[in-house]
Design a binder for this molecule. Structure first.
Ligand code: CMP
Length: 139
């Protein structure tokens, strides 16, 4: 059975462009409930640890540099079928392939600066929520 939790991050480029409000509105309008949220800035070490699964890939160092370049908004979201429905809402990883009306189609500028992160499985959603939030920060 699909889980009810997913994790998202509004990336530094989208935050810098003041897209946070528009992105959160799309998330709420799509029926996701915000269970936890924080505005923070990742160190290089933290960004590297979050994206550890991509270590060794050609884009890893650049991704870590970018993700630690400015503030991000991290959020835990709840909805039935959360992981898949959120991936539909944000669109393809590469915005060039993102469907009309998706968050990435509207707000992404490149594959790296693709506006938002979204968990790719229930297991990773739990790992990613645990990375950012303690029990007391979740409603
Ligand atoms: P995200 O959903 O945050 O998960 C990993 C990120 O790595 C992805 O979004 C992209 O920003 C980035 N990414 C994935 N593949 C590539 C690639 N081929 N080149 C550059 N960045 C990539």
């Amino acid at each position: 059975m699909a889980g009810k939790i997913t994790f998202t991050m509004i990336k530094p480029s989208a935050f810098r462009s003041n897209y946070t409000g528009g992105i959160l509105k799309m998330i709420n309008d799509a029926g996701f409930v915000i269970k936890a949220m924080k505005l923070t800035r990742l160190s290089k070490e933290q960004a590297g640890a979050f994206y550890e699964v991509h270590k060794g890939k050609p884009f890893y160092e650049s991704l870590v540099e970018f993700m630690s370049s400015g503030p991000i908004v991290a959020a835990m979201l709840e909805k039935e079928n959360a992981v898949d429905d959120f991936r539909t809402l944000i669109g393809a990883t590469n915005p060039a392939n993102a469907a009309e009306g998706t968050i990435r189609k509207l707000y992404a500028v490149s594959l790296q600066e693709n506006a938002v992160h979204g968990s790719d499985s229930d297991e990773n959603a739990n790992i990613e929520c645990d990375f950012f939030f303690s029990k007391i920060e979740i409603i």
